[in-house]
Design a protein around this ligand. Structure first.
Ligand code: AMP
Ligand code: GLY
Length: 425
């Protein structure tokens, strides 16, 4: 079949690499892809936000199956438009994507259906002084979140009241999150270890993929600003078999059942961002799609036919036996441009990728572009190097990943040096 992947990040490159090896994949398009996706499919220069043009391209080129990578087109209802045009889509409806785009909606679902999460209160712009009074009265640390999308950067952790007071001013007066900050969620600070679990679902039944751990902060030791994600590893040993059963019965099943009861059934990849606390697993956030860079470690370690799995979900009847976990492990280190997640420069030549042995390494591109035959940096997160091991050995994976990183160079390269160390504790 002809498949199109929407998006231009490392996640989409990785999904494409797994789809490409399926015997069912005859032709692969990326809308619009990056410097890396070009080598496994055809990059189509249409902006993912231009939904009408995306639908038109898919119809004219007889695309039978579309996989939507990022949250923005999902939230804007691209899956609905494509389905209305008769195209099979992996990804939730715009309405179901609200579990990511409106934190207050996600919190309501969790509360109503008994899913464990941090206690919270909501405030809108007009309730600014009420929010400040509330924050003055409660113990810190606390977490303030923009209700709307903020590219993974809409969370402020405040250790003291003075910090939360200035956060409120930044959001409601200086408008740092734009419209996404019209409403905020103030929630209890959860202590514990984080993990990500993807539930792949047709709306009713689901399977989980191996658990991963992301590294959201820019600096070693989880310091500095939040980013889109600086590295990941899988499987995450914190998610034991017993804990996974608890996550399924207390989190994934009530969430999917709840959304069905709300007549807002979710099909696609339900991303569960979890905190494993002393009282058990709690949801930090849902996303309505695969995570980036977690995808770059989860998909390479599963066996089987990913295209069959995603297509079966999209057609309404998941085939649970299409993929399985066979014991591999992976570590992904993201190489960024110095200055990210704030100001950074683009346009530097990337070298050394040809030195990486393709059995052990996958380079998933994010911000790259070809200028002639030169590969050039074109974003904050430039690429992710995934080291893949046939056995479950994260310590070995770390060594391999950093050995590989030593081969890659571009001006202003920056990466964390402690990715996956948490797995060894
Ligand atoms: P989010 O964008 O919701 O994933 O939040 C970004 C990061 O902020 C998470 O990965 C956590 O590290 C942190 N975070 C979010 N909510 C909480 C919370 N309630 N307690 C502690 N840390 C949190
Ligand atoms: N890695 C976090 C995210 O995809 O939102």
């Amino acid at each position: 079949m002809k498949v199109a992947i929407i998006g231009n990040g490392g996640r989409e490159h990785c999904i494409g690499y797994r789809i490409k090896s399926s015997p069912d994949c005859d032709r692969l398009y990326f809308i619009k892809g990056n410097g890396g996706t070009k080598s496994i499919g055809e990059n189509i220069d249409i902006d993912e936000g231009k939904s009408d043009e995306v639908v038109k391209f898919c119809l004219e080129n007889e695309v039978e199956f579309v996989i939507i990578g990022p949250e923005k087109p999902l939230v804007e209802g691209l899956a609905d438009l494509l389905r209305n045009a008769g195209i099979t889509v992996f990804g939730p409806s715009g309405n179901a994507a609200r579990i990511e785009s409106e934190k207050s909606y996600a919190k309501m679902i969790m509360k109503k259906y008994g899913v464990p999460t941090a206690n919270y209160r909501e405030f809108t712009r007009s309730g600014k002084s009420e929010a400040i009074d509330y924050l003055r009265a409660i113990p810190h640390p606390i977490v303030i979140k923009a209700d709307g999308l903020a590219a993974g950067k809409g969370v402020i952790i405040c250790k003291r009241f003075e910090e939360s007071e200035s956060a409120i001013k930044e959001i409601f007066e200086d408008n740092i999150f734009g419209k996404s900050g019209d409403r905020i969620v103030v929630e209890e600070f959860l202590e514990g270890e984080e993990a990500t679990i993807f539930a792949i679902t047709d709306g009713e039944r689901y399977i989980t993929l191996p658990a991963a751990q992301d590294h959201k902060r820019i600096g070693d030791g989880d310091t500095g600003k939040n980013t889109g994600g600086m590295g990941a590893y899988a499987p995450a040993p914190i998610i034991t078999a017993n804990l996974l059963e608890e996550i399924k019965s207390r989190i994934i099943e009530p969430t999917l059942d709840g959304l069905r009861k709300e007549k807002n059934s979710f099909s696609g990849c339900l991303y569960c961002g979890l905190m494993i606390t002393k009282e058990g697993p709690k949801v930090i956030e849902y996303n309505c799609r695969f995570g980036d860079p977690e995808t770059q470690v989860v998909l390479p370690i599963i066996e089987g036919d990913l295209l069959k799995l995603l297509y079966s979900c999209a057609t309404g009847k998941i085939d649970e036996n299409t993929v399985w976990y066979g014991g591999k492990s992976a570590v992904c280190v993201v190489a960024a441009s110095k200055g990210y997640p704030e100001n950074f420069e683009r346009g530097f030549e990337i070298s050394g990728l040809e030195k990486l042995n393709t059995d052990q390494y996958y380079v998933f591109h994010s911000g790259t572009i070809f200028e002639g035959d030169k590969l050039i940096t074109n974003g904050g997160r430039v690429l992710g190097l995934t080291a893949l091991l046939k056995e479950n050995n994260i310590a070995k994976g770390i060594k391999l990943a950093y050995k590989g990183m030593g081969e890659i160079s571009f001006k202003n390269i920056y990466y964390r040096n402690d990715i996956a160390q948490k797995a060894l504790k």
